[in-house]
Ligand binder design. Sequence first.
Ligand code: FAD
Length: 407
Amino acid sequence: MDKRKTILIVGGGFGGVRCALDLAKLRLVGNPRVVLLSDKPHFEHIPSLYKVATGCSPLEVCIPLREIFARRKIEVCTETVDGAHLSEKILIGKSGMHYAYDFLVLAVGSETTFFSIPGLDKNAFALKTLTDALRLNWHLTELFEQVRKSQKTVQIVPAAQIVVIGGGYSGVELAGEIAAYARKYIERHGGDSSLITVNLIQASPRILETVPKRVRDRIVRRLNRLHVNINVNRPIGKDDIESDDFFRGAIAPKTLIWTAGISPNALYKRIEGLSFDKDGRVLVDRFLQARGHRNVFVIGDGASTRWSGMAQTALHDGRYVARAILDRLYLRRSSEYRPRKPVSVIPVGYGWAAAVFSWMTLYGFFGWCVREAADLHFFLSILSPLRALRVWRSGLQKVESNKINNM
Ligand SMILES: Cc1cc2nc3c(=O)[nH]c(=O)nc-3n(C[C@H](O)[C@H](O)[C@H](O)COP(=O)(O)OP(=O)(O)OC[C@H]3O[C@@H](n4cnc5c(N)ncnc54)[C@H](O)[C@@H]3O)c2cc1C
């Protein structure tokens, strides 16, 4: 029987991948097994999903885990984890398999929530997974194609109304990118771009609530320039979704895109013994361990930490936990976890971003370069240089979807 200790990491996203890669690099006493379980065989670069939704290759977003861990001492297993008995140190997979561990790292991220608004899940697109992004891209290209065709045949033209619900980072990024994409598409293929309207709806009085006012003002100006209509103080409820006149002055058909709700992965609630904050994130101690559970770490979006909800935080957490496990194996005391404030980079349409550092903010092309440099740096940290460059470059080029080419 294998007497080595087992480190089990659940989730092949930002936090899980970073933690596994760092563990593979460290000299671990006793040569423990490091096993990464994830429900998908690939890593998804979620911050670039908006690019796929607006015509970029999915290559940048979808990277096989086996490629990331090639020639590293990490066992990768595709498995959806369904529950756990923390007292017995056992994880339960959907396949029926049980996995024993000595150290457990939970990094299953978050998921879209529609806040039980009836019908919203059926009527709206989301943007949390690669499948969401591809679905949205197919829909948008079909929509723009309809506008183009109706122009050619001089029919009564159906206006395409796109409504992005949620004025947070992802809603703003997506609204700006869709507006720019629509304009580019119509320029290239013909049609009347004024028939496509993009609306951004926010429940509270301001979009990007956590961003400083001067930065928000610049972003609002940029959105205006891209002809995105911003509607604030506009909470969406059940009646809105069911009403024909959901958006005043609206002409059907309408495309609803929901970016206003993200909650921690439902798996956390299925694990007995975890405790939660008011947002449903797992309460952790000074070492990122689930409260009351030694050697069970929670990282990334699921952990109740100061800056959780950002990829940069998940990476920071993954790095910290790899060191903490190393310390445990050497029976050393770990340093306490210190949250690190992430840098916000908000792209709004191709070639423009606001990069907000604590000492200055870069706007426009330079801000966009910061974002691209950060993405390249990330890909270089998980892939070979050549492959990283290829993946990163694919995010810079728009490709026509097969659907359009076949029309
Ligand atoms: C549209 C959008 C744009 C964003 N843009 C930015 C940005 O620009 N900058 C930034 O810093 N952050 C951004 N974020 C936030 C960022 O994506 C998350 O904070 C980050 O992905 C969290 O990392 P994680 O490791 O906690 O989870 P994830 O990266 O989501 O990884 C979770 C992993 O767990 C796997 N998994 C899920 N359930 C199970 C299960 N039951 N069993 C096994 N495996 C499972 C998933 O397949 C996935 O591999 C954005 C988020 C969204 C939705």
